[in-house]
Design a protein around this ligand. Structure first.
Ligand SMILES: [Zn+2]
Length: 298
């Protein structure tokens, strides 16, 4: 490729980093290579593969070895999976977490929305993972649904030694977001943005510019959280902010059944439009935050 063409691509492409994609999901077992190639073509330079159980964290680490420099992993037990905790598998998780390609502990946290595991169990397994993150000095990748107060209380016990904390796929209220930001935590936003119909949620946060750019990260949470840009409630200026290029990746490859990391540029464009900022500015800031927070080497 000649140099001009390359330069052109740099200008056209948003360079973004997806800090949360569930690429160990069986929905990708047939064509992961293409999924990753499409992500790169769309401008997603690096992807963090979320570990949600011991088994899945091991698999996520394995993937980082196949795509070095592109994929990174996390190691953790999702609150839904807290009931699967055993002392034996915990030791395995710790071993996985010690690898340099594993850049965060989680996803871990509390989910009282569905309570697939008992709240007591969730809290116990969450605390173990916080302790591990403190010990290994790796950031925490946190999942929270309808458990804001308990989550803050538990994290509060560790505040003096806590590593950086990312509240991933934030879907709460502006008030909750402010509480997290006050504690110095980072917020991860996804295609949920299209689903948010409240007056006090994620959209409000962006419109009122309440999230400093140096605390914002972006993620797809693929195969979940498909950004439905056709949602009728998306304001006109946000729809207008979407480029043909990002829409091509979104509509050609992503569906409700299977979102892909290549939808991230569209998400960034929407976030930027809501914030009244340039997409390049949001892309650059969030990519920088990801590199800094998780130490993703080049
Ligand atoms: Zn989650």
């Amino acid at each position: 490729m000649d140099e001009n063409k390359l330069m052109e691509q740099c200008y056209e492409n948003l360079i973004v980093i997806d800090v949360g994609a569930n690429l160990t999901n069986k929905k990708y077992s047939r064509d992961l290579d293409s999924v990753i190639q499409r992500a790169k073509d769309s401008g997603v330079q690096k992807i963090m593969v979320t570990g949600t159980s011991v088994k899945c964290s091991k698999e996520a680490l394995r993937l980082t070895r196949i795509y070095p420099g592109t994929l990174y992993s996390t190691a953790g037990i999702h609150p839904h999976d807290a009931k699967s905790y055993t002392d034996e598998t915990w030791d395995e998780l710790v071993e996985v977490a010690k690898n340099p390609e594993c850049v965060a502990i989680g996803e871990c946290g509390l989910d009282y929305n569905r309570n697939f595991s008992e709240p007591d169990e969730q809290r116990r397994v969450f605390e173990k993972q916080i302790e591990l993150a403190c010990e290994l000095k790796k950031p925490l990748f946190v999942h929270e649904r309808e458990a804001h107060d308990d989550l803050l209380e538990i994290l509060g016990k560790f505040l003096d030694k806590l590593p950086p904390v990312l509240i991933h796929c934030f879907t709460g209220t502006t008030e909750h977001a402010m509480n997290y930001l006050d504690k110095g935590f980072y917020l991860g936003l996804t295609g949920y943005l299209c689903k948010d119909k409240s007056d006090t949620g994620v959209r409000k946060l962006l419109v009122d510019n309440l999230i400093p750019l140096d605390r914002l990260l972006v993620e797809t949470d693929a195969p979940f959280m498909y950004p439905n840009t056709r949602a009728s409630k998306l304001p006109v200026h946000v729809k207008d902010g979407l480029t043909e290029r990002s829409m091509t990746f979104l509509h050609r490859y992503c569906t409700f059944q299977r979102n892909e990391p290549c939808s991230l540029p569209a998400i960034v464009e929407m976030i930027a439009a809501f914030m009244n900022k340039k997409p390049e500015e949001v892309a650059l800031a969030t990519a920088f935050n990801a590199l800094k927070l998780f130490g993703l080497s080049q």
